[in-house]
Design a protein around this ligand. Sequence first.
Ligand SMILES: Cc1cc2nc3c(=O)[nH]c(=O)nc-3n(C[C@H](O)[C@H](O)[C@H](O)COP(=O)(O)OP(=O)(O)OC[C@H]3O[C@@H](n4cnc5c(N)ncnc54)[C@H](O)[C@@H]3O)c2cc1C
Length: 439
Amino acid sequence: MAQRYLIVGAGAAGIAAAESIRSLDPSGDILVVGQDPHGYYSRPGLAYYLTGELPERLLFPFTKKDFDRLLLRRLHARIVALRPQAHEVTLDDGHSLPYDRLLLATGSLAAMPPTPGVDLEGVVKLDDLADARRILERCRRRPAAVVVGGGITALEIVEGLRACHVRTHYLLRGERYWGNVLDETESRIVERRLQHEGIFLHYHTELAEIVGRQGRVAGILTQDGRRVDCELVAVAIGVRPRLELAGDAGLATERGILVNEYLQASAPDIYAAGDVAQVFDPFSGKSVLDTLWGVAVAQGRAAGRNMAGQATPYHKSVPFNVTRLAGLTTTIVGTVGQGRDKDLIGIARGDSETWRQLPDALVAQTAFDVNRLRLLVAESNLLGAVVMGDQTLSLPLYRLIAHQADITPIRERLLQPSARLGDLIAGFWSDWREHHATP
Ligand SMILES: Cc1cc2nc3c(=O)[nH]c(=O)nc-3n(C[C@H](O)[C@H](O)[C@H](O)COP(=O)(O)OP(=O)(O)OC[C@H]3O[C@@H](n4cnc5c(N)ncnc54)[C@H](O)[C@@H]3O)c2cc1C
C-alpha cells in the first residue's frame, strides 16, 4: 500500500520535504496542509514587496505546473490537534486525517508585547503576505508610524514605510541597533543611514502604551512619559515557533520542537523542520533555533528523505544570511556576537541562535566608508564574519568558515592592526580552493 505522508505547513520546509519525498517515493500519497490562504511564497521577499521592488506575483517560487509535477494533494486548512498514538490529526472543521509519516513544518509567529493598546486597529506585524498587504494598505493614508523591535524585520518594516514616504519613528530600548550580533561600528553605520533617510531614531526609549481613539491607534506613550502621535505601530520584537500542536500532543519541546539528527521528534513517525525545529548544532554543541529560509529548505529536504525511508542524518551548516540593513547589503555568517538584544525577546526572523554563541575569539576588522569586514578569528580557523557593502568575499568566507579551513598561514597577519583583510582573505581563498573541492 502507498505510504501516506502528511505535511503540516506549506512553507519553505514543508515544500522542500515534499520534493524530497517525491524524488524517492514516486507512488506515495503526499498531502500538504497549510493554513495560509496564499500558499507557498517567499517570506524574505516580503521586505522587497513592501518597498515596491518586487511585485506580488514574483513572491511565488512555484507555478501550478511545479506543484502538478510533484503530484501533491494540497489542502487549505488548519490542523488543530495531533494524536501520535493513533497516527491522526484533526482539522479545524473537525475531520480527522490519518498518516504514516508526519512532518511538522509550522514555522513561527511574531511575538506581541503585553503592552496596553496592542489590540488596537493600526498595530501591525510582518509575518505573512496578508500582513504586508495590510501595511501597504495603511500606508496609502500616509500615517505617521512608530516601529518597535530589532533585528532584520524591524528594519525591513522601517524601510518599507520610508519607501511609502511615511514619517517613521524607530524606538530602540538600548543604545544601539542589534547589539548582540553587530558590533558598535556596524550598528552606527546602520543607524546613520536610517537617520540620513529621514527616520527618527529614539535611543533608550521603551514603549509603555499604545494610545487609541475610537478603537484606532492615535499615538504611543514611552516609559519616560513622552508621547509620539501616530496612526500606525509596527511590532517586530521577535518570533515564537508554533509549538501548540507538538506541545499539546506531548512531544518534547524547548524553544522549538526537539529533534534528533534525523529530524525525528520524540514520537514515532513524526518529524519537524524549519523555524519550528530545535536542532543540534555541532559548532556550538547546543540544540538551537534558526529562522533562515535556506536552513528551512535544507532541513525540509533532509526530513523528507528520512520520511521516505532513506535514513540521512542532517548536518547543520554554519548559518548564513545575506540581507539588507538600511539599504546596505550585509552578510552574516558563523558566530559573530553574544548576549541579549534589549529590542528582541529571543530569536527574530532571518536570525540564528548560533550567531550569538561566540566563544573566545579575536577580532580582525577593516572599514572603508560603508564597506566593512569583521572576522572572528580562533586559534586556527575563522568562526564568523560580517561583511557589509562590497560582497566579493562573502561566499569565500562562508566556505572557509563552514569547512573550518586552517588559516594558520595568514592568522598573524590578519590580526595586525593595519592588516589588509580583503587582500589577505582573497589570496588565501584562491590558494585554498585549488586544493579543496567545495560544494
Ligand atoms: C518578513 C520576513 C523576512 C525574512 N527575512 C529573511 C532573511 O532575510 N533571510 C532568511 O534566511 N530568512 C528570512 N526570513 C525567515 C524565513 O522566511 C523563514 O525562516 C522560513 O520561511 C521558515 O520556513 P518554514 O517552512 O519553517 O515556516 P513558514 O515559511 O513560516 O511556513 C509555515 C507554514 O505553516 C503553516 N501552519 C502553521 N501552523 C499550521 C497549522 N496548525 N495547520 C496548518 N498550517 C499551519 C503556516 O500558515 C505557514 O504557511 C524572513 C521571514 C519573514 C516573515
